[in-house]
Write a protein that binds this ligand. Structure first.
Ligand SMILES: Cc1ncc(COP(=O)(O)O)c(C=O)c1O
Length: 397
């Protein structure tokens, strides 16, 4: 987890003014943008909106810097392997629409995936694409791997797994799953929405073919920023379903396309830019590198240690409260800053609502298991945890 560097928690919290009003334990749904990043973000919006085409080149340059920043963050070999998207769901949807799979093929995923994974593949199956099948995951990685092995068939073409489950916070053995898939010639897509920004996510170390993520959760970046990483060799296998100016090569040329554009000599761009077209929200991406740099300056090792320490402290305190069932593994290597628990006498829905309505503690309910999910982020304090525990004591039935 890196060296012993720490950061000034009070200064970090002062840059997040909402923390003066509420106990914010829901970075897993949407993160908070620190004020210095917000200033840059708003300035970039203003510059492009005021400058129009005069400011377009600068906005596009900033957009390319965001691509490079995402690429560096996940250790992609080249920014050309990154398609910039609006969110993590877009990355899944691009593959569900563009990978050439038949109704005989199987896409295998887990029972704890976000709708971002389930719905694009379910819709693809309805359109006559591959069949979507699920396998259960467990707090014990060996059990998860055994269930994964049992679910594999000769028809499995793609395995899609969360790096960290958005429901139970279980960290999946993604590198091992990808290794086993590679051995069998099965493609892999990792959903990094709940891991990116919490601990290192290295696509080369994981060995996945694709990884989707976003800027708006643990990175505290702008809403509407996401990316799809595609290993260079895979890009040509994914046909863009939405195409326009920017997604082909050579660049659009009216003369060359002539009267029969479909028959003219053009192809989709050989890079992940093939999924981007038209006038885009270039300026929305401008502050993404600022958000990443802000956290990098605090120190990735320090952030990871902080998330580990606060979530571990929370789990230890939850274990002392009668009626609590913890759904998240206790070991940091098998979990993350997400902590999910059930409380006897409460549905997740009711407990979540009461924690917000009466205690101004923002978290999220989980449907299966019926539970509440709390996010311990780089700015979470012991006092946040104490407030949550005090509320749970009061709500004991
Ligand atoms: C694991 C996981 N994947 C995907 C998403 C969807 O992310 P986005 O809203 O960026 O599409 C979420 C959001 O909560 C998530 O937790």
């Amino acid at each position: 987890m890196g060296n012993e560097q720490t950061y000034d928690l009070a200064a970090v919290r002062a840059a997040l003014p909402i923390l003066r009003e509420v106990t914010y334990l829901n970075t897993g749904t949407v993160g908070l943008m620190p004020e210095p990043v917000l200033e840059r973000h708003l300035a970039a919006q203003a510059a492009y909106e005021r400058g129009g085409h005069v400011a377009q080149e600068a906005a596009r340059d900033a957009y390319e810097r965001a691509r490079a920043a995402f690429a560096a963050l996940i250790n992609a070999r080249h920014p050309d392997e990154i398609a910039l998207t609006r969110n993590a769901t877009d990355g899944v949807a691009i593959l569900a629409a563009g990978l050439r799979l038949t109704p005989e093929d199987i896409v295998l995923t887990t029972t704890q995936e976000h709708p971002a994974v389930l719905l694009p593949w379910a819709a693809a199956e309805r359109r006559g694409g591959a069949r979507l099948r699920l396998f259960p995951i467990s707090a014990d990685p060996d059990e998860t791997l055994a269930a994964f092995e049992r679910a594999l068939t000769p028809a499995t073409r793609l395995v899609v797994v969360s790096h960290v489950s958005c429901e139970t916070g279980i960290r999946l053995p993604v590198a091992e799953i990808c290794r086993r898939c590679r051995e069998r010639g099965i493609l892999t897509l990792v959903d990094g929405a709940q891991s990116l920004g919490q601990f290192p996510v290295d696509v080369q170390a994981i060995g996945c073919d694709a990884l989707t993520g976003n800027g708006h959760k643990w990175l505290g970046g702008p809403k509407g920023t996401g990316f799809l990483y595609l290993r260079r060799e895979l890009i040509a296998q994914v046909e863009p379903m939405l195409v326009g100016d920017g997604s082909i090569q050579p660049d659009f040329d009216r003369v060359a396309l002539g009267d029969r554009p479909a028959e003219a000599a053009w192809d989709y761009a050989p890079t992940a830019r093939r999924f981007e077209y038209g006038t885009r929200n270039w300026h929305t991406f401008a502050a993404l590198p600022d958000a990443i740099n802000y956290l990098a300056d605090l120190g990735w090792g320090a952030i990871e240690r902080h998330c580990a320490a606060t979530s571990t402290a929370l789990k230890e305190q939850l274990a002392t409260l009668p009626g609590i069932t913890l759904h998240t593994p206790t070991s940091w290597d098998q979990s993350s800053g997400l902590v999910t628990f059930s409380y006897d006498g409460w549905t997740g829905e009711e407990l979540s609502r009461r924690l917000w309505d009466e205690y101004r503690i923002i978290q999220r309910r989980v449907q299966v298991p019926s539970a509440v999910r709390v996010s311990c982020a780089y700015f979470t304090t012991d006092e946040d945890i104490t407030r949550l525990m005090a509320a749970l004591h009061e709500l004991r039935v």
